[in-house]
Design a protein around this ligand. Structure first.
Ligand code: HSE
Length: 384
């Protein structure tokens, strides 16, 4: 496999790093060499030895040896030209470009079929969380009825900060911006456009339909005030920016909108810059995908997985190695309830009724049980 990466920003560099660090394992996975032949960017950057640096994307597209083009420049103009040209030459394309797929997916996929080329775009929604393939393939036994989720990490971070730190929208936005969370065009995040790009892509795959992106009504979080959040909480809700798509009898219902979600709902407890996608279908009912929706390695992880998929041999051959060394995982914190005070290292302790309750520091179970010899106690592992 010979790869040309066009766009060497945060994610592009993450892709170079993962492909370099994981080279041996990935090559074993597909049974052939994984070579980054080109790194293309307008700004001069330092790349690993043997990677050709170019400022001209035509060098990548015109090289017949390159069979995978990775488009990471973003935007919907030059990126579109690059992708269409690569597909026309029969190259596989991997992209994280949500805006491009949402606006021009129909045209791009037609071009891909025409030239028997493939385009992969898992990284365009939910960063590294696998959601596009599940919506497209893994739930095929089901009819997908609805998809909803928190698809924009920046606005989720702002809403979380407003609540936890008692800030108004502008104050929280300034902090999010300072941390580099907000897109160069802030409107994409704040007005729900980025979330609309992403729900378009999920709906397109879940409902096997193209439609006009411009028909999606997107409302962002600018109208959400601390006061609304407090009232919502009093009513048992939290305000989240929810992107939603569902099949209607006469079409597809789709929008992005600040929404009160019951505090009992798991989606209401997805905070900070995390994303969540909930798919409702007729047999499986509800399934949730949760994780980080942005960041260098997070997004690069999905891009690299797509790159490998372009040359994936049969995953169902199960040519795994048999491992004999199987052990229980015993290095942990432990919860202990005893009727006597114990002489152990602990992180938390209290006594109630006749019970002495401990959460230990992390310790090997053998060592702990040795310290507890002769005592009677109840013990469970503690996570976190
Ligand atoms: N601005 C986007 C977000 C980046 O906050 O989710 C990842 O797509």
């Amino acid at each position: 496999m010979k790869i040309g990466i066009i766009g060497l920003g945060t994610v592009g560099f993450g892709v170079v790093e993962i492909l370099t660090e994981q080279k041996e394992r990935l090559e074993k996975q597909i049974g052939e060499e994984v070579v980054i032949k080109y790194g293309c960017s307008l700004e001069e950057v330092s790349l690993p030895e043997n990677v050709i640096y170019t400022q001209d994307f035509h060098d990548v597209l015109n090289d017949d040896e390159v069979d995978v083009v990775v488009e990471l420049i973003g935007g919907i103009t030059i990126a579109k030209t690059i992708i269409i040209e690569a597909l026309k030459k029969g190259k596989s394309v991997v992209t994280a470009n949500k805006a491009l797929i949402a606006h021009y997916g129909e045209e791009i996929f037609k071009e891909a079929s025409l030239h028997h080329a493939k385009i992969y775009y898992e990284a365009s929604v939910g960063g590294g969380i696998p959601v596009v393939v599940p919506a497209k393939e893994d739930l095929v036994a089901n009819e997908i009825l609805k998809i909803e989720g928190i698809l924009n990490g920046t606005t989720n971070f702002i809403l979380t900060l407003m609540e936890t730190d008692n800030l108004d929208f502008d104050e929280a936005l300034t902090i999010a911006d300072g941390l580099g969370f907000v897109e160069a065009d802030a409107s994409l995040d704040l007005d729900g456009i980025d979330a609309a790009h992403k729900i378009y892509i999920l709906a397109m795959n879940a409902f096997h339909s193209f439609f006009d992106f411009d028909k999606i009504q997107a409302n962002g979080i600018r109208q959400v005030t601390k006061k609304d959040m407090d009232y919502a909480k009093k009513l048992g809700y939290r305000i989240k920016l929810i992107a939603q798509a569902k099949k209607l009898e006469n079409g597809i219902g789709i929008d992005v909108s600040p929404t009160l979600i019951s505090l009992k709902d798991m989606v209401a407890n997805v905070n900070q810059a995390y994303n969540v996608v909930e798919i409702t279908c007729n047999y499986l009912e509800n399934v949730l995908f949760y994780g980080k929706g942005a960041g260098r390695y997070v997004t690069a992880s999905a891009v690299v997985s797509d790159i490998i998929k372009t040359h994936q041999k049969d995953m169902w051959e199960h040519d795994y190695t048999h491992v004999n060394c199987i052990y229980p995982i015993t290095f942990s914190k432990y919860y202990i309830r005893s009727h006597r005070a114990l002489d152990i290292d602990y992180e938390t302790y209290f006594s109630q009724d006749k019970d002495h309750i401990y959460i230990t520091n992390e310790i090997e179970l053998d060592e702990l049980t040795h310290q507890l010899e002769g005592e009677t106690y109840n013990l469970f592992k503690v996570r976190g």
